[in-house]
Design a protein around this ligand. Structure first.
Ligand code: NDP
Length: 315
């Protein structure tokens, strides 16, 4: 074990003593790292596209690490947030890899919405070096990350979570231990499969209502005080579809990946899950049709194409 106690010792106010490294300054990683820059000391950041990390480091007065190894060297807690677990696994090896920098006693917290099997493999590799691992995907979107109010669902050892909890509290409001390694990934995947299912089915229903002459705003007004409501009906449709704003905050490609993981978990557990499988197939097709940069809510545009109906209030 390293001689330095980590995680449990807050300084005055919200500042945390632990040395943290953050890798992956994407749409959600950037606001998470911003909170860490403000609430921990000695943050180091690394990003594949180095210019993003350099700009972040300059703006927040933190260290821009030249490689994953350099970021991890001397860090008590290393946080990763990449598209898929395979991206984390691919950064473990080599002279610039995480394993070259991580010291025994350190903890890798993977905030990627990952897959349980890969997380378990990564944890086993790290354990050989005395490095702890938890899977800790987040939910709450970019808006939740900006407010520092993400929900964090954790798989792995409860004592490891207890040690790093003060660090996670920099950007997380609700932090839940879900079970053993991979349990956080599995819960996240099922949550996002529900998001996908709600988005798609609300689009189908509202397209049918619009064609039948009902204003979708009126339909949503009813649904949102009735039993069919969801985050899609309460927030995404009113704010992003009816307005035709479709801001890009969470890529459709990533939601496709999440639903695929949920369907895979069901298959591995031998649980019949035809809705999960169908949703995975629909989102794979939409992702292929709409490309890598489309936002997840833009799947509604694809349903609009299939149905020939635009989900908007009459002019
Ligand atoms: P983005 O696509 O915006 O960013 C991905 C980040 O990972 C970038 O920093 C990118 O670097 C880096 N990256 C991509 N591929 C690799 C690779 N092979 N090796 C190293 N770095 C890589 O994704 P998000 O930030 O939106 O999502 C990150 C994770 O968080 C995903 O698992 C997603 O499902 C999850 N998530 C996202 C939410 C959201 O609202 N956006 C909400 C909740 C969870 P570069 O800058 O070089 O491209």
């Amino acid at each position: 074990m390293r001689d330095r106690a980590f995680g449990a010792v807050p300084l005055s106010g919200p500042t945390v003593v632990t040395t943290v490294a953050f890798l992956g300054l994407g749409a959600i990683g950037t606001p998470m790292a911003r909170h860490l820059a403000q609430k921990t000391q000695g943050l180091r950041v690394w990003n594949r596209t180095a210019a993003k990390a350099a700009a972040f480091a300059a703006e927040f007065g933190v260290t821009h690490a030249a490689s994953p190894a350099a970021a991890a060297r001397g860090a008590d807690v290393v946080i990763t947030c990449f598209p898929v677990s395979g991206d984390v696994e691919a950064l473990l090896d080599g002279p610039d890899g995480l394993l070259a920098g991580l010291a025994s006693g350190a903890t890798l917290v993977d905030c990627t919405s990952g897959d349980p099997a890969t997380s378990q493999r990564i944890a086993a590799r790290l354990a050989e070096r005395g490095v702890a691992f938890i899977d800790a995907p987040v939910s709450g979107g970019v808006a939740g990350a900006e407010k520092g109010e993400l929900t964090i669902m954790v798989g792995g050892d409860a004592a490891t979570l207890a040690r790093v909890r003060p660090v996670l509290e920099a950007f997380g409001k609700k932090i839940v231990h879900c079970g053993g390694l991979g349990a956080g990934d599995a819960v996240k995947a099922v949550n996002n499969a529900l998001l996908a299912l709600h988005l798609w089915s609300a689009a189908e229903g509202l397209a049918a209502l619009r064609k039948a002459g009902v204003d979708p705003a009126v339909a949503l007004d009813v649904i949102n005080t009735s039993s069919g409501r969801s985050n899609a009906s309460m927030n995404l449709f009113p704010e992003r579809v009816l307005t035709r704003a479709f801001p890009r905050t969470f890529r459709l490609a990533l939601l496709d990946k999440d639903v695929g993981i949920a369907a895979q978990v069901a298959r591995e557990q031998k649980v019949p899950a035809p809705m999960l499988q169908l949703t995975a197939d629909l989102f794979r097709a939409a992702h292929l049709a709409m490309g890598e940069e489309a936002d997840h809510v833009e799947v509604v545009k694809w349903v609009e194409q299939l149905t020939g109906v635009t989900i908007a209030s009459p002019a």
